[in-house]
Design a protein around this ligand. Structure first.
Ligand SMILES: Cc1cc2nc3c(=O)[nH]c(=O)nc-3n(C[C@H](O)[C@H](O)[C@H](O)COP(=O)(O)OP(=O)(O)OC[C@H]3O[C@@H](n4cnc5c(N)ncnc54)[C@H](O)[C@@H]3O)c2cc1C
Length: 387
């Protein structure tokens, strides 16, 4: 057993860390508070090839292993978690197209998505269906060699930049079970009837937009049906979410690490009763607990990623990593705020942003409670085991 990154992963982490320290950390607080779109950071990420993380090399991408993929999200979130959002659903959809797309779809889209010349996201959630995706109402009716799509999607990350946007639809709304009638269509954002109708106001996760999309009789060519066969959409989306959970777990680790780093440096600088507060045992207990939890979350995340790299099915492992790491992120953000005293509540310090961003980690890519039920199901059935 070797708990170290290999030489290539180590080098990759150094590159990522230098990028984040130079390009993201110095601007994160101001840009986040201004609600400014991080155009320059996006350009830097494109230069590093990060939009092609999950695109195979033969289509012009980096074809990263899952551990390196985790490193990208961890390091970026150490700087500003909102930026990771720009890459997250893009990477997820690229992986989905690479895994399930027809050869024509891969050749058409992947090279452009790999460079960031075209960007994407994923349109699953609707106003009345999030966890329960089989309850979506967006329909796609076949009319000659086109599907005609009508419905609404909500909370769509990257909505103003995604083109094409893979959208989960019902190609057969009467199918039972419902997932047999569900498909994914790659929808061109320029299509008549496709409208990004509004930006949703939100607590954190700034830097990337979250929007509602209205699809009003949008005509989508039949060849844009992902994989060319109807009825496989839910499985295609769920299989992409399996590795997507590594992304959320890794973002949580980066965020938790930053919360700990901020607490440690503040505790060394801040004095009370004539000495640095880091010398008080109450503060030391918090620092030790945070550091231990961050490292446990990191190991669980890298383990889940390494299991995926070994070719194993990893829904239980990635679920465990995402659930645990996201809870550590929130705990560390709160504890770090407490170490900061009144300043922890101030917008002039980094830690309040970490707190606002941390809670999202328990919601995205499957809420933690739902993941608990998924993990438990595989444990009880014997499909997965611990120890
Ligand atoms: C900032 C942000 C960005 C997002 N980006 C995207 C995106 O790019 N694309 C996209 O498609 N979606 C996106 N989402 C949506 C996100 O995936 C959903 O919010 C999430 O899946 C939960 O769905 P919901 O909000 O409908 O909650 P619900 O499904 O209504 O859940 C509400 C509560 O009920 C619980 N619950 C539901 N079902 C069960 C069950 N069977 N057992 C136990 N508890 C249950 C949940 O755990 C939760 O606590 C985003 C959301 C946010 C907030």
């Amino acid at each position: 057993m070797d708990f170290r990154l290999n030489a290539q992963q180590e080098l990759f982490r150094t590159t990522m860390r230098e990028f984040v320290d130079a390009e993201i950390r110095p601007v994160a607080r101001d840009w986040e508070q201004e609600g400014r779109y991080p155009t320059e950071i996006v350009a830097g990420m494109a230069e590093l090839g990060l939009f092609g993380m999950t695109v195979p090399e033969e289509y012009g991408g980096l074809g990263l292993d899952l551990v390196s993929f985790a490193i990208v999200f961890e390091e970026i979130s150490r700087g500003w978690m909102g930026i990771a959002g720009i890459l997250g659903s893009h990477a997820l959809s690229c992986a989905m197209i690479a895994r399930h797309g027809t050869e024509l779809q891969k050749k058409t889209w992947l090279p452009l998505l790999a460079t960031g010349e075209r960007r994407t996201g994923v349109g699953l959630t609707e106003p009345d269906a999030g966890t329960d995706l089989q309850g979506i109402r967006t329909t796609a009716r076949l009319d000659g060699d086109h599907y005609v799509v009508s419905g609404r999607k909500t909370w769509i990350t990257n909505a103003r930049h995604a083109d094409p946007l893979p959208v989960l639809v019902k190609t057969d709304p009467t199918a039972t079970p419902a997932h047999r009638g569900m498909s994914i269509l790659l929808v061109d954002a320029g299509s008549p009837g496709y409208e990004v109708s509004r930006d949703l106001p939100k607590l954190g996760y700034k830097g990337t937009e979250s929007c509602e999309i209205v699809l009003d009789d949008v005509r989508v060519p039949r060849e844009n049906l992902l994989g060319g066969v109807a009825g496989r959409g839910l499985q295609q989306a769920l299989s992409a979410l399996e590795s997507g959970r590594v992304n959320i777990a890794a973002r949580s680790v980066g965020l938790a690490q930053r919360a700990y780093d901020e607490a440690l440096s503040y505790a060394k600088e801040r004095t009370a009763f004539g000495r640095p507060i880091a010398q008080f045992q109450a503060i030391q207990l918090q620092l030790a607990t945070m550091a231990t939890k961050v490292q446990a979350a990191r190991l669980l995340t890298y383990w889940a990623a390494a299991e995926g790299d070994a070719g194993n099915r990893v829904d239980t492992q990635t679920g465990m990593a995402k659930m645990f790491a996201s809870e550590v992120a929130l705990e560390c953000a709160i504890e770090s705020m407490k170490v900061h005293g009144g300043n922890g509540y101030s917008r002039e310090y980094e830690v309040e942003r970490l707190y606002r961003d941390a809670i999202l980690m328990s919601i995205g890519e499957g809420t933690n409670d739902v993941l608990r039920t998924v993990i438990a199901k595989s444990l009880v059935s014997g499909e997965a085991r611990v120890g």
